[in-house]
Design a protein around this ligand. Structure first.
Ligand code: ADP
Ligand code: MG
Length: 275
């Protein structure tokens, strides 16, 4: 079993891009499973009312199932609404139900509405330094955001220290990124100075097309070292996996998509050690 060094304290990652269909959820679940394969302890928080990350990780998320909604709106403890992923050892999940769609409005009148998720994560007994949270601590908390810049995504940006932006290697890839970066700057200035865009991941990369190569070099020129060396190839196996309630890491571990996500996960762990 391959392994990677554990960080000395929990790293909280936010996977965000207000554009839909760029690979946020796919990257969240597969990097989470990849990190778990590398011996890391991981908590995925599904913050998208669609609950696609919950589906891919084989976690029940029918309406009324306790999950992210309860933590954000009712102040439920995350450890009480998380479940272990049945197929991936070391990976726990806080599911999202469609109830979460209402939270965007329900939270408007709540005190400190933009820091509810931060409060919930910090209160988790397994989040923090080795000293505080012990050997069973989470090494990574990964938050899968909805495709918007509303109050749910804002909660994630306030809660996280590192942001991962998946970028689809297609025409218009960079469209909308300006607004996303402006939002990050605003959050950094007013709500969470610790937030950094640490990780850019190129997804659905088709190595045969000149377009993908062009987008990749443009993204690398713009973001430099923030971009992971590993690109995720476009692959049918990756897109099939969720319909079997699986990540591609368990559905077809030897496939190029799974191997790339494992490599991307390893890069992330190496950045932790040298950071
Ligand atoms: P988002 O969460 O940003 O909306 P998803 O992760 O749900 O995006 O991905 C959008 C669609 O693209 C899904 O149908 C997913 O299965 C598919 N997809 C994502 N990554 C890949 C890939 N590497 N190869 C093929 N299909 C992919
Ligand atoms: Mg999604």
């Amino acid at each position: 079993r391959p392994s990677a060094e554990r960080p000395t304290a929990t790293r909280v990652f936010v996977v965000a891009n207000q554009k839909g269909g760029v690979g946020k959820t796919t990257s969240t679940v597969n990097i989470a499973a990849g990190l778990a394969q590398l011996g890391q302890r991981v908590l995925v928080i599904d913050l998208d009312p669609q609950g696609n990350a919950s589906t891919a990780l084989n976690i029940d998320h029918h309406r009324g199932t306790p999950g992210t909604y309860d933590a954000l709106v009712d102040g439920a403890a995350l450890q009480d609404v998380a479940s272990p992923c049945p197929d991936v050892e070391g990976l726990d999940v806080v599911p999202a139900t469609i109830d979460l769609a209402g939270a965007e409005i329900e939270l408007v009148s709540v005190v400190a509405r933009e820091s509810r998720l931060k409060k919930a994560i910090l209160a988790h007994p397994l989040v923090g330094t080795a000293e505080k949270a012990g050997d069973a601590r989470y090494d990574y908390v990964i938050v899968d955001c909805p495709p918007s810049l509303g109050l749910l995504t804002l909660n994630a940006l306030v809660a996280g220290e590192e942001m991962m932006i998946p970028i689809q290697a297609e025409y218009y890839a960079l469209e909308g990124l300006g607004l996303l970066i402006e939002t990050v700057e605003m959050v950094r200035a007013h709500l969470n100075p610790a937030l950094s865009v640490s990780t850019i991941l190129l997804t659905m990369f088709d190595a045969r097309t000149r377009l993908a190569a062009g987008v990749a070099s443009e993204v690398r020129e713009h973001f430099g070292d923030q971009v992971l060396r590993t690109n995720i190839p476009r692959s049918v196996r990756v897109s099939e996996a969720p319909s079997y309630a699986q990540t591609v890491m368990t559905y077809d571990p030897g496939s190029p998509g799974a191997l790339s996500y494992l490599e991307a996960a390893r890069e992330i762990t190496e950045r932790a050690v040298t950071a």
